[in-house]
Ligand binder design. Structure first.
Ligand SMILES: [Zn+2]
Length: 231
């Protein structure tokens, strides 16, 4: 059976964090010399050339992006007219979105979660390439896994390994979604200021896990690519 070579891709769903939280993650990536793909909910400063900006449309009921799927996609598309990829908030997907995405000039989607499945690879369906997510911080936190080392099962095995992290959890070094909410203290994410830095949790958390992941990828010698580079 053809095996897709071990390849990493670091991806991030910005989920309405302000620029300073994004800058924090960008500097960690740049210190490690690794590229990343950011699926954006909000307007951000232009990304460095080694990073990719994709779309993170929120199609859920009550979305602030619009009252229909077309409106939501058009809203975020206007902010990132150069983007060629998308991952929907909460992995929202159905088959009819494909034509909507293609009509907007998008070439890939990454709204599928297949945690720790072996030998994943990109697959194209009627002109749109899909990049399934192999690992997410959300799954890690739900499992209550330890944050001292980055060692998900099958880490060294062949296959495309798309990793998904949320900048907010990295910034706060939280160990659960609930802990991030508690640290926010009722403040809505877009409105947080740099005083949030004082709330960063000490010890092991998503920040230490993320740094361990960067170290592992760097030392593995395996390629790490933006999703746009894997088409
Ligand atoms: Zn999201």
């Amino acid at each position: 059976m053809y095996e897709y070579p071990l390849t990493f891709s670091l991806t991030f769903d910005t989920d309405w964090v302000p620029q300073f939280i994004l800058d924090d993650v960008l500097s960690l990536l740049q210190d490690a010399g690794l590229p990343g793909t950011f699926f954006c909910t909000s307007p951000y400063a232009p990304f460095p050339a080694t990073m990719e900006a994709g779309l993170h449309p929120n199609f859920l009921n009550g979305s602030t992006m619009g009252s229909s799927e077309e409106e939501c996609l058009a809203f975020i598309r206007r902010l990132y007219p150069q983007a060629i990829g998308s991952r929907s908030h909460c992995y929202y997907w159905h088959n009819r979105l494909r034509n909507l995405f293609l009509a907007q000039g998008l070439r890939y989607d990454s709204s599928q979660l297949l945690p720790l499945q072996p030998n994943l690879r990109p697959h194209a369906v009627f002109g749109l390439t899909h990049f399934p997510v192999w690992y997410s911080d959300g799954v890690h936190m739900q499992l209550g896994a330890d944050c001292a080392t980055f060692s998900p099962a099958g880490l060294e095995d062949p296959g495309l390994k798309v990793l998904l992290f949320h900048p907010l959890h990295i910034y706060l070094n939280s160990r659960s979604v609930q802990e991030s909410k508690t640290l926010l203290g009722g403040c809505e994410v877009p409105a947080v200021t740099e005083t949030l830095r004082a709330k960063r949790r000490s010890g092991q958390g998503m920040r230490t896990l993320f740094l361990a992941a960067l170290k592992h990828i760097r030392e593995s010698g395996a390629p790490c690519r933006r999703l746009c580079d894997l088409l």
